[in-house]
Design a protein around this ligand. Structure first.
Ligand SMILES: *Cc1c(COP(=O)(O)O)cnc(C)c1O
Length: 362
């Protein structure tokens, strides 16, 4: 019996891991980004699989995400990209590695580890090289380094930055200036500390488009799940979102479909009722342009997407109640789906709500 389901293909994940690894020097470390439930999938299943492939590092956005992985037995080092002050205690208790990115966070972190008499703690220093999102800017670095040097327990196991436009080849000059600035700042920092830190900068599209930006480690997120902003047919989509035709309603010409009568039938229309809606992460704003695949054909959404269901036009499509519906899969991939509804794969995937059952394929 079919229902709405998100399939997670761990073989595709392994394939993508191997494709990305093959682009790297053998000595370069691999950090897998599994934030936001593993880009909407299942961070634990993804992390377990990657651990079995000997991944060097994992990264999540917030400490709570790292705590969940630790509680489930994940042992790999975990970088917290955007730790909040309120989570410092958990960072220590669950053996997580924080980014030091602002004076507010750094000062609170220093206070906590001094109060707790922690002997040594691995941290990653985040440098802002132009994204202007998170991190210490050029003029702040020296002050931050002084504070770090004055706090014996802090060990900078990593120094990193994040690129703003690796997927836009019109921005190569800007990207190269970010890379140059990172090289300059990181070598200044290295000259002030007596041990070696891992330098890391590239995200997925950086790995593909800026091989000179590998440094000691890369941070791949979307590529592991099969996408790369750029058309790339080496990678395989990991996620497939499928549903079912719950019901077919025959609407006469002139009748309307959905709340506020948002669709009017210009002819007699077979309406397919699909049990997935905005509560599952299929945004109401997709109503206008979205289609699903039914028996190999495109069925356009009609009316407004509801909380639990959406309706499609099945005219001209040989179909029955109980037939499978594909929202996206390896052929009709989430990147193309995202484009058709004017967003990006990152948003489509991470919006998929908990209500959708996950099914692991391995
Ligand atoms: C999310 C994130 C990544 C992963 O980026 P992808 O484009 O998904 O590969 C890497 N680094 C940082 C700092 C991030 O926030």
């Amino acid at each position: 019996m079919k229902k709405t389901i998100l399939e997670i293909d761990l073989n595709a994940l392994e394939h993508n891991f191997n494709v990305i690894s093959s682009k790297l020097k053998p000595t370069t470390k691999f950090m897998a980004v599994v934030k936001a439930k593993g880009y909407g999938s299942d961070s634990l299943e993804i992390a377990k699989k990657l651990e079995s492939l000997n991944i060097d590092y994992l990264a999540v956005a917030f400490a709570s995400e790292g705590v969940e992985l630790r509680k489930s037995g994940i042992k790999t080092p975990i970088l917290i990209l955007l730790p909040q002050v309120e989570s410092i205690k958990n960072i220590i208790n669950f053996n997580l590695e924080p980014s030091l990115y602002s004076f507010y966070f750094l000062e609170n972190f220093v206070k906590y580890i001094n109060d707790q008499k922690i002997e040594e703690w691995p941290c990653h220093l985040k440098i802002n090289t132009g994204l202007n999102r998170v991190g210490f800017s050029k003029g702040e670095i020296q002050n931050a380094i002084e504070k770090i040097k004055n706090c014996k327990p802090i060990k900078l196991v990593g120094i990193y930055s994040h690129l703003a436009a690796t997927d836009d080849l019109n921005e190569t000059e800007f990207t190269n200036s970010q890379i140059d600035l990172f090289k300059k700042i990181s070598s200044e920092i290295k000259s002030q500390i007596s041990y070696k830190s891992i330098l890391h900068m590239s995200n997925t599209s950086g790995i593909f488009n800026y091989p000179e930006c590998e440094f000691d480690m890369v941070r791949a997120g979307i590529g592991l799940y099969g996408y790369n902003n750029f058309l790339n047919n080496e990678l395989l989509p990991v996620l497939s979102l499928k549903s079912v035709i719950s019901q077919i309603i025959l609407c006469n010409k002139g009748s309307s479909v959905g709340y506020n009568r948002s669709f009017n039938c210009k002819e007699d229309t077979r309406i397919g009722v699909i049990p997935i809606g905005h509560a599952d992460g299929i945004s109401r704003s997709f109503s206008k342009n979205m289609f699903v695949i039914v028996n190999g054909k495109k069925a356009k959404v009609v009316g407004n997407i509801c909380m639990d269901v959406l309706m499609v036009n099945l005219n001209g499509i040989n179909s029955n109640e109980g037939d499978e519906v594909i929202v996206f899969d390896s052929k009709n991939n989430a990147e193309d789906f995202a484009k058709s509804v004017e967003t990006i794969s990152y948003e489509v995937l991470t919006n998929l709500s908990n209500r959708i059952e996950r099914k692991i394929i391995s």
